[in-house]
Structure formats: C-alpha cells, structure tokens
Design a protein around this ligand. Structure first.
Ligand SMILES: [Zn+2]
Ligand SMILES: [Zn+2]
Length: 421
C-alpha cells in the first residue's frame, strides 16, 4: 500500500503539470479581467459549516464528507465544495463592510467520498467565483459569462448554457404545496430517497436520477411556471442580459437546487460532446446563504467547475494544450574545471531569469547533447579547458542548428538578445 495512492486520488506528474498551469492561468486571467480577486480558504472547516452551508438533506453531507475528530475533539471536515468556506470567510472577515459587491474567485482542492469514475475523484479540484452584495440580474449574467469565456478561451465550443429560476422562499412555499399535492398519490411508486425528501425537500425529488421516478414525475408542475412577480422579472432580465452579449441558452426547468437559501437563477453549462454526464459547470444565486451561516442578509451568487472534469473534457476532444517552453540553455561541460566554472555561470544565468541547466550524471559529451534535446533546450554551449582559456564559446541554437562563436564573458548579454529579453 505504501506505493499506491489512496482510492479516488490522482497525481499530477511533472509531464502533465503544464496542462494544469495552462488552464489555471487562463482561469485566473479571465476572472481578473472581470474584476474578481482571488480568495484562499483552508482545506478544512468545522463540520457544522457544511451541514449548514451545503445542507443536511444533501447526499454530500449525508454520505460523502471526510469528517473526523481532531486531537482537540472538534469535528472537522475536509472541504467538499468551495462556497461554504468562502461565505464563512466573507462573514468572519467582515468583507461586507468593504466596497460592494465583493467579487472573488478561487481554485481549491475538495474532498468527497464518492464512487470514483471518469473525471470524478475523491480528492479533486474546483474553480469557482462568488459575488456578494448585489441582487442585480446583471451579476448573474456576469458570473455565467466568466465561465463561458473560460470555455471559449480553452477552445470548448460545443457547450450549452441551461438556465432556470428556482424562485424565492415566498413563491417556492406556494409551489412546494402544489408539488406535494401532485406527488402525494405517487409516493408509493417512488424510491426511498424520494420518499425521505417528500416532507423536507420536495423540490429535490425532481432531481432523482432513478429512471422509474423520472417517468412517474415527467408531468410534474414546474417552479418556473409559479414564480412570483419579483422572481419572474429577475429571470426576464437575466435573459435580456444574455441576449445583449449574445450568449445562447436554453431554459431547463429540471435544474433544481432544493435548499431554501438557493434563490432565483440556477444554471449549468453542459458539454454536448460528452453526453449525459456532460455538466461541466453549475451555479446559481443563494440570497439566503450568508444569513444562514450567521452573517447579515446579503445577496450572493456563484458557480463551481470541476477542474479534473474540465481537463478530461478537453483531452477527450483532443483540444491541444500549448507545449511547455523548454529550458533556455544547457551547458555541456568537458572536464572538472569546466564543470565547476559552468556551475557558477548557471547560477548567474538563473538569477537573471534565464532558465539553465547542466549535466549531473557525469555523462559523455554525446550523451549530454542527447539530454539537452530531451529537456528541450533552446540553446547549448560547450565549455572545456580550451574555451575557458580563450574566452570563446560556440552558442548553438538547437531549433535551427545555427551556431556562432561568442565570448564566454559576454554570454549573458548575447543570450538575452537571442531570447529577446
Ligand atoms: Zn419569488
Ligand atoms: Zn427517486
């Protein structure tokens, strides 16, 4: 077991990490272009934060959390999602006292005890954004358009935005009543999970993946047909803003988020290339959540997207990642004196921001050149006794094969010129 990672975990090996850097940099750049700042919160929190923030009736809280007692006897849980910690931080650090709205983005590891499957791990990563302090529908669409822009920048084009409104506590109470009346005569035909949700959380029943439940409920009344004036108007505005920036969408009344603090807009981005499992991003408004956690009444909205799933989608569509840049220069050395001297040259180059390397395995000259090719060196030089004595080296461009003699003492200057820095 010592040499096998825990079930549901995956390493990012050095040969793969450039893909992560690439999508992380695009994600960060897009968020910053939209005026969002990064927030980082701890990997673990008090368990009751997630019981409140994710909801006690959810699968995540009931079945999937990594919860343990620490040595002080506190119940601690590894983050199963990104939002709760950020809401906690927003309240604890009194960010609501600053300039509003508060617009943040994050990139965090998350942990869920689930059955591992393609693109779904027990230790995974999530990108997300949250906006606090504005109930404007323009913020809803801003948040959607961040995710949309990220997909666009990454070359994921075949993505469909699905939107819905889950109403507010006012109109939902009425709707729940209508829904329960509709479900009541069908209860004995629905699964146990559906039955257990009937009293506390009837809206979630519509979310059941069980095909026979879905069949039973296919004509269920929909929240979207029972919105109050305020929710209806908000939803209309969302559509107007989406039209204004020409992002296509479909209205999907099946997107439900059954907890009381979810309000109004709910949305998902679905990749049409990877089928039914194609949700690559989900989000929505949660105007009741900050208060639920113990903060002042504050509007909120956000999304989360699984990074592993995003990567898997890109890979399955053969979308290319820009190749990582090779090392700037490799110094081939001959003899002990040159070895020591080049070690000092390397250090200087590296401190100047030029990436440089040398042999550490006592290789032959031929093998050193081979290695330089393998690590994708852009330039090589050879340093031996003769080069040191005459202060002359040959700078070779490994991509073009061009080479020219330069003074060893002017290597830095010449290299900077060649590299355009
Ligand atoms: Zn409403
Ligand atoms: Zn069911």
């Amino acid at each position: 077991m010592l040499t096998k990672g825990a079930k549901g975990t995956k390493d990012v090996i050095p040969e793969e990490s450039y893909k992560w850097h690439y999508i992380e940099s695009i994600y960060k750049e897009v968020c910053e272009n939209f005026g969002y700042k990064e927030i980082r919160t701890p990997v673990f929190e008090h368990t009751n934060l997630f019981e409140r923030g994710v909801g006690e009736t959810t699968d995540v809280v009931q079945k999937e959390m990594y919860t343990f007692k620490d040595k002080g006897g506190r119940s601690i849980t590894l983050k199963p999602e990104g939002t709760s910690s950020i809401v906690r931080s927003f309240v604890e650090n009194k960010l609501y006292g600053g300039v509003q709205p508060t617009k943040v983005f994050y990139n965090t590891p998350c942990f869920r005890y689930e059955r591992p499957q393609a693109g779904r791990l027990r230790a995974f990563h999530q990108f997300g954004v949250e906006v606090f302090g504005s109930d404007s529908p323009s913020v809803d669409v801003e948040v959607m358009s961040i995710a949309y822009t990220v997909f666009e920048r990454l070359g994921l084009n075949n993505i469909e935005l699905n939107i819905n409104s889950v109403g507010c506590p006012k109109c939902r109470a009425e709707y729940n009543h209508i829904l329960k009346e509709y479900i009541a005569p069908k209860l004995d035909k629905l699964c146990n999970t559906c039955n257990s949700r009937y009293e506390k959380n009837p809206l979630r029943i519509l979310d059941c993946k069980n095909p026979s439940c879905q069949e039973e409920l296919k004509d269920a009344p929909l929240m979207i047909d029972h919105l109050c004036d305020d929710c209806r108007e908000h939803f209309d505005k969302v559509k107007e803003y989406l039209d204004a920036i020409e992002i296509d969408y479909i209205i999907n009344p099946k997107i439900v988020r059954g907890l009381d603090y979810y309000t109004k807009t709910a949305f998902e981005f679905i990749s049409k290339d990877i089928g039914a499992q194609g949700t690559v991003c989900g989000g929505g408004r949660y105007n009741g959540l900050v208060k639920e956690i113990g903060g002042p009444e504050t509007a909120g909205i956000g999304f989360g997207m699984g990074v592993e799933r995003l990567l898997l989608t890109l890979e399955s569509l053969n979308i290319p990642f820009p190749e990582p840049r090779g090392i700037d220069i490799f110094i081939v050395t001959i003899g002990e004196r040159a070895d020591i001297e080049s070690f000092s040259i390397l250090y200087k180059l590296r401190k100047l921001g030029i990436s440089a390397d040398k042999d550490h395995l006592n290789r032959s000259i031929r093998a050193q050149f081979k290695y330089a090719n393998k690590i994708d060196a852009n330039f090589t030089i050879v340093i031996g006794d003769d080069e040191l004595d005459r202060d002359v080296i040959t700078l070779k461009n490994m991509k073009t094969g061009d080479q020219r003699e330069i003074k060893l003492s002017s290597l830095t200057k010449e290299l900077k010129q060649e590299l355009g820095r």
